[in-house]
Design a protein around this ligand. Structure first.
Ligand SMILES: [Fe+2]
Ligand SMILES: [Fe+2]
Length: 134
């Protein structure tokens, strides 16, 4: 059973962004599973890099979309994205110290952050464009 599971309730009403979120959860699950097996420690770093790259790609696409639609809370949203990006960078440097236990804990923190972000923050956009946003 994967740690993070995307559900229909998480939809932001934009298929492309939903697909991005599904993929982010998938990467986090792969990452977590790999930290549970100390034998594959060397395989973890490229997955962290993938998470970082994919997060950057998703945030850019999402911010562009929100900007296009004139989402009024975009500035606040961008700040939240930046904070998350910094946390992934922290994960990257921490993992270089080979502390797998700390890496695992941080993955859970990041996963929960992402889950909360999709459910609460991205949902604000979803609710807004369902109303008079478009
Ligand atoms: Fe998002
Ligand atoms: Fe977002």
């Amino acid at each position: 059973m994967p740690l993070f599971v995307w559900k229909k309730d998480y939809s932001v009403g934009v298929d492309l962004l939903d697909d991005h979120h599904k993929n982010l959860f998938r990467i986090l699950n792969v990452l977590y599973e790999n930290t549970m097996q100390p034998r594959v420690v060397d395989e973890v770093l490229p997955i962290i890099a993938e998470l970082r790259e994919y997060t950057r790609y998703h945030f850019a696409a999402e911010e562009l979309h929100m900007q296009d639609k004139g989402f009024p809370e975009i500035t606040d949203h961008i700040v939240k994205h930046r904070n998350f990006t910094h946390q992934i960078e922290e994960l990257q440097s921490q993992h270089r110290n080979d502390d797998l236990e700390d890496t695992r804990k941080l993955i859970v923190v990041l996963g929960n952050w992402l889950l909360n972000h999709v459910l609460v923050e991205d949902r604000k956009y979803s609710e807004w464009h369902k109303g008079d946003g478009i």
